[in-house]
Design a protein around this ligand. Structure first.
Ligand code: C2E
Ligand code: MG
Ligand code: MG
Length: 706
């Protein structure tokens, strides 16, 4: 609310005066009446003159309200001259009165003017223009005063009724008027508020004071139309509240005269705004900055490094190892507690200027400022790793977590925060691949590899369209006789420049990009065709085992798609096996169980691949409609030295009424141990590697299937 407006109060405009001015002449001397009449008829302004000779008549006339101005002679037959003005004035209710004075009553006329008469005119010197001007001015002045009074009344009401406090600063005397509301808003009473600017300014929060002063000075200097500033102010109880001070300056020819304005309490609104702002920039779970805020800080660090090359920073990308397993096994609320505990541990080893943010899930980023040497970044990473050595206690569980850290050091190459984080992320993958719980610094070679990966992903997309995939078949044999029972279909990519690529070179990328789905279906269909071809040639029934990705399983049209391929190729479901890794099955949870049941209902055999590497629970396994377990290669590898694990898996399979199969058999020793432990079938380089379809065909033809 602004107190001072540019228009005159009440919007008064001189042109708004009435066209004809109604003059009441109170005069008992006919000669004088005649003079006035004559002068008014020739005046520029249109006047409507009524004359009366007695005060009582004047009072009656004024009571009608039809008078704009009174010309009053003080010496009248029914009044004592010293009282004439007071009597008429009392009845005039603000109608302006001009005294017509003769020689004798000049002193009284002057007195009347002091008591409120607008003017006095000597009868002797009366002339047209003088009378005209005097009447007009009296009327205008009165109108102006009326308007001013209205406006002041309105203003007084507004002050009383407004929720805002008001202040009016006389810049010449440096005195300030503070309204009672202004004071009560701060919990103050008048005695505590000296009428000086300090009463306000000295209470402003130290962090806001300088800017407030600057804004006031800027406005006083004419730099702004209005002064408006949000600031905190100390209340009587010592607390600070957010207020909005607004005002505007008035000036005359000599410069600024006063500045006046209001004080509005915006505390509640500010608190909400502050919370929203904080929420938008922080992670709700840990209270750490989020990616948006981190990005801002990183952007500032990049800009600073560009301006001052001596300023170097490092970005650390942290990803917890095995977080998903911990989350799944201990429950999500413990997973959340773990993330909070981890964020505290990391924050503890950082310096005050550094920033730690949660990017989402189990990923954190750290911005280390002033990181002169790569060894500084290594040291921070070492300190973080050291923090993870001690176990965390969650709901009575002792949990060990480790984190893999990728580091990107500041470089003139970086223009955007995203680039920097991307490189730290790439380095993190390297760290994870090399040795969990370690760290790696992004370098040129990684950059090169990242570029190659991108190239490979593009190639892979094209490969799907060009059907560059080949299916090889690894024989699965009966362990006691060595005869071939069937084959596992394994995909290879015939890359136009790089030659035959193995699944490890492209399956992870195919999984990430989703291309595993079309690739998986290509392999499935090709395997079905091959199986039908073999069956036609031999009349025998080998089986073919096909690997499915969890992404395929999650597809909503999984079942119709399988049925469609079986129909197209004429393959029988009973001759097919589907292999799913243990980890994939565990990840797909409840909805996955239904999907597996539907597959099983089609009469497909379901195998749990790489068994022993995941974290299946016994109760979960019991509910799965799976037919067999494939013991992971790592256990088969050690079966000669440590037969217990394989023994346990075989016993488990038996109790679950599942078949068991070994993969990765490489030596005779391993074969012998597996036979002893009661494993019936398996595959491995000891028997044969995966073969081309032609090689697989001739193998079977020389050694018929049993
Ligand atoms: P997997 O399903 O466990 O397949 C067995 C892997 O072990 C094959 O590797 C096979 O060549 C290898 N192997 C077999 N015997 C031995 C041995 O005695 N010693 C050693 N060191 N390795 C042996 P490959 O062909 O490289 O396939 C790797 C993985 O790629 C497969 O593991 C499977 O998970 C995945 N994969 C292959 N083809 C497909 C496919 O069509 N779809 C999907 N989703 N995944 C596939
Ligand atoms: Mg397999
Ligand atoms: Mg396997």
């Amino acid at each position: 609310m602004l107190l001072v407006e540019d228009d005159p109060p009440g919007g008064f405009r001189p042109e708004a005066t009435r066209a004809v001015t109604r003059v009441l002449l109170v005069e008992d001397n006919p000669h004088d009446v005649g003079t006035v009449e004559r002068l008014l008829t020739t005046a520029d302004t249109p006047f409507d003159l009524t004359s009366v000779g007695r005060v009582s008549d004047a009072l009656a006339r004024l009571a009608t309200g039809n008078v704009d101005v009174v010309l009053l002679d003080l010496g009248l037959p029914d009044s004592d001259p010293s009282q004439t003005f007071d009597r008429v004035s009392a009845a005039a209710h603000g109608t302006p009165i001009i005294i017509l004075s003769g020689q004798n009553d000049k002193g009284m006329a002057a007195l009347a003017v002091r008591s409120g008469a607008q003017d006095f005119l000597g009868k002797r010197h009366l002339d047209g223009p003088l009378l005209d001007r005097s009447l007009r001015y009296a009327v205008e002045r009165q109108r102006y005063h009326d308007a001013l009074r209205d406006s002041e009344e309105r203003y007084a009401l507004a002050v009383e009724g407004a929720n805002d406090g008001l202040w009016d600063w006389n810049l010449r005397t440096n005195e300030v008027y503070y309204s009672p509301r202004w004071m009560s808003m701060l919990g103050l009473v008048e005695a505590q508020v000296p009428g000086r600017p300090e009463a306000w300014l000295s209470r402003v929060h130290a962090d806001d004071a300088e800017e407030l002063r600057r804004d006031i000075d800027g406005h006083l200097a004419g730099g702004t139309d209005h002064f408006s500033k949000e600031h905190r102010i100390r209340c009587q109880d010592g607390s600070y509240r957010w207020m909005l001070s607004r005002g505007v300056v008035r000036r005359d020819q000599r410069g600024v005269t006063r500045m006046a304005g209001s004080l509005t309490d915006i505390h509640a609104q500010k608190v909400v705004e502050e919370r929203l702002r904080r929420d938008a920039l922080t992670d709700a779970l840990t209270g750490l900055p989020n990616w948006t805020l981190f990005k801002d800080r990183l952007r500032a660090a990049i800009a600073k490094a560009k301006r001052q090359p001596a300023h170097r920073f490092a970005v650390l990308f942290l990803d917890l190892d095995r977080f998903k397993t911990i989350n799944d096994s201990l429950g999500h609320s413990n997973g959340d507690k773990l993330l909070v505990a981890v964020s505290k541990r990391v924050a503890d080893v950082l310096r005050p200027g550094d920033t730690i943010a949660r990017l989402g899930g189990d990923e954190f980023a750290v911005l280390v400022e002033d990181c002169a040497e790569p060894s500084d970044a290594h040291r921070v990473a070492d300190r973080i790793h050291a923090e993870f050595k001690a176990p965390l206690h969650l709901d009575g569980h002792e949990v060990f977590v480790s984190t893999s850290i990728g580091i990107a050091l500041s470089s003139p190459r970086y223009a955007y925060p995203e680039e920097c984080l991307r490189d730290a992320d790439t380095a993190m993958y390297r760290a994870k691949g090399a040795d969990r719980g370690g760290h790696a610094i992004f370098d040129r070679e990684m950059h090169q590899q990242a570029v190659e990966q991108l190239q490979l992903e593009n190639d892979l997309r094209r490969a799907v369209a060009r059907r560059e995939f080949r299916v090889h078949y690894q024989p699965i044999v009966r362990l006691n006789s060595g005869s071939v029972q069937g084959f596992e279909a394994l995909v290879r990519w015939e890359h136009p420049e790089r030659g035959l690529l193995m699944p490890d070179d492209f399956i992870p990328m195919a999984e990430d990009s989703g291309l595993i789905v079309p690739i998986g279906w290509l392999v499935f269909e090709e395997a079905c065709r091959q199986l039908v071809a073999w069956q036609k040639a031999w009349g025998e029934t080998p089986f073919v085992s096909v690997n499915f990705s969890s992404r395929q399983i999650r597809q909503s049209d999984l079942i119709p798609h399988v049925q469609e391929v079986l129909r197209r190729t004429g393959c029988k479901a009973t001759d097919l096996r589907v292999e799913l890794t243990e980890t994939m099955i565990m990840e797909s949870a409840e909805s996955g169980v239904d999907k597996l049941a539907s597959l099983s209902n089609l009469d497909l055999q379901l195998y749990i691949d790489d068994f022993g590497t995941g974290y299946s629970s016994l109760s979960y396994l019991q509910r799965l409609p799976t037919n067999a377990l494939k013991i992971d290669r790592s256990f088969v590898n050690e079966v000669a030295e440590k037969p217990q694990i394989v023994g346990t898996i075989i016993a488990l399979a038996k109790s679950l009424k599942m078949r068991v199969e070994a993969e990765g058999i490489e030596t005779e020793d391993q074969l012998a141990r597996l036979r002893e432990l009661g494993c019936e079938s398996g595959q491995g380089f000891y028997f044969s590697k995966a073969l081309t379809p032609t090689a697989a065909t001739s193998l079977v033809e020389t050694q018929p299937i049993h």
